[in-house]
Design a protein around this ligand. Structure first.
Ligand code: NAP
Length: 330
């Protein structure tokens, strides 16, 4: 299978890239990956995406973006990319189903995954009380007690969502001030079901068949206590999904792909956008903006390649690289 532009990832960055590339008549191929729609689909309500006065569900937002891109000619493909060869063009992508996709340009929009606490019991009790998705699993904790870990917007937003179901919610945070935005803090402090345990980290998730509690340690006093609970929801940040490109794309120490201000990676023709690049803003709207930039750059890159291929004359025996925007660019 060959495509002019392959986009790996189908969150706001990938789908916005698809929209713009489709409108440039490039018929991009969006490889939807492990989590179609991306991380935003695990958010119950998105209140800060411009254009939606009454807020919009995360799943609905991603679904709308995908339908909009498809309307203009983007194609979607349900596969996971397991291997890439970016050292020669066209680039080669191998899927988990054994297919080979070649692409003249590539946009990496693989996003990020929830960071794990990395403590005993967390993996063993995953889906048996440990969950990273309140929207998906909140319903199963009706009238139960849960612990939410973290002090950012995700912890508070998803915690507030959980209070619709649970009898009690304890938020365990490693400091005594929250990182979350003022509006989320106001809502959390006003919620009668939310209790805060400051300066503590989870050291172990307890339970045999299901979660029964967490062992926590106070970072100021070193005191270790046990909180009885039926569920644990860690919201302690994210790690970029960039492992696939570990040997080939430049990354920072945390694994975020490095691009210039035009979303170009160290390999010409490979662009990157969204949470796999951005460790500062990490918003749906900024991811969408970067996806737009990546698609415009990919369009210009392909136009330039076409120009170079057609150009037979060279200046003093040297190929001359001239960046041209397509005539029909708008
Ligand atoms: P975040 O802002 O990075 O917050 C992560 C939280 O986890 C912090 O409170 C951090 O503590 C804590 N933490 C990190 N590592 C930890 C560890 N090993 N053990 C215990 N605690 C740990 O991540 P996020 O809340 O997922 O938000 C990510 C981005 O998305 C942010 O830019 C946020 O504004 C945005 N977001 C926005 C909305 C919204 O606007 N509606 C909703 C969700 C997310 P410290 O505070 O001590 O560092």
């Amino acid at each position: 299978m060959h495509t002019k532009v392959a986009i790996i990832g189908s969150g706001p960055a990938g789908l916005t890239a698809a929209l713009y590339a489709a409108r440039a008549n490039l018929e991009p191929l969006v490889i939807r990956g492990l989590q179609p729609g991306g991380l935003i689909t695990t958010t119950n309500e998105v209140e800060n995406y411009p254009g939606f006065v009454e807020s919009i569900g995360g799943f609905e937002l991603a679904d709308t973006m995908e339908r909009q891109a498809v309307k203009f000619g983007a194609q979607t493909y349900d596969a996971i990319i397991t291997h890439v060869d970016l050292l020669q063009r066209p680039f080669t992508l191998m899927t988990d189903g054994g297919e080979t996709i070649t692409a003249d340009a590539l946009i990496v929009a693989t996003g990020a995954s929830p960071r794990k606490m990395g403590v005993p019991g967390e993996d063993v009790l995953a889906n048996r009380g440990v969950s990273y998705c309140a929207t998906c699993d909140g319903f199963f904790f009706r009238n139960k007690r849960v612990v939410v870990v973290g002090g950012g917007d995700s912890a508070l937003e998803e915690g507030l969502f959980l209070t619709r179901y649970v009898s009690e919610l304890v938020l365990v945070h490693r400091r005594d001030t929250l990182r979350a935005s003022a509006i989320m803090q106001e809502r959390a402090f006003a919620n009668p079901k939310m209790r805060f345990v400051w300066d503590n980290v989870v050291e172990e998730v307890l339970g045999e068949e299901r979660v029964t509690g967490v062992r926590i340690r106070n970072l100021k006093t070193d005191e270790v206590t046990t909180l009885e609970t039926d569920g644990v929801f860690p919201y302690i940040g994210h790690v970029p999904n960039s492992q696939l490109f570990a040997d080939v794309l430049d990354m920072d120490a945390s694994g975020y792909i490095i691009t210039d201000e035009r979303r170009r990676t160290n390999i010409p023709g490979v662009f990157a956008a969204g949470d796999v690049v951005d460790h500062i803003y990490r918003q749906a709207i900024t991811a969408a903006g970067e996806g737009c930039q990546a698609a415009m750059e990919a369009t210009w890159f392909l136009a330039e390649q076409e120009y170079l291929l057609k150009k037979t004359e060279t200046a003093q025996g040297q190929e001359v690289a001239v960046v041209v925007a397509p005539d029909n660019w708008s």
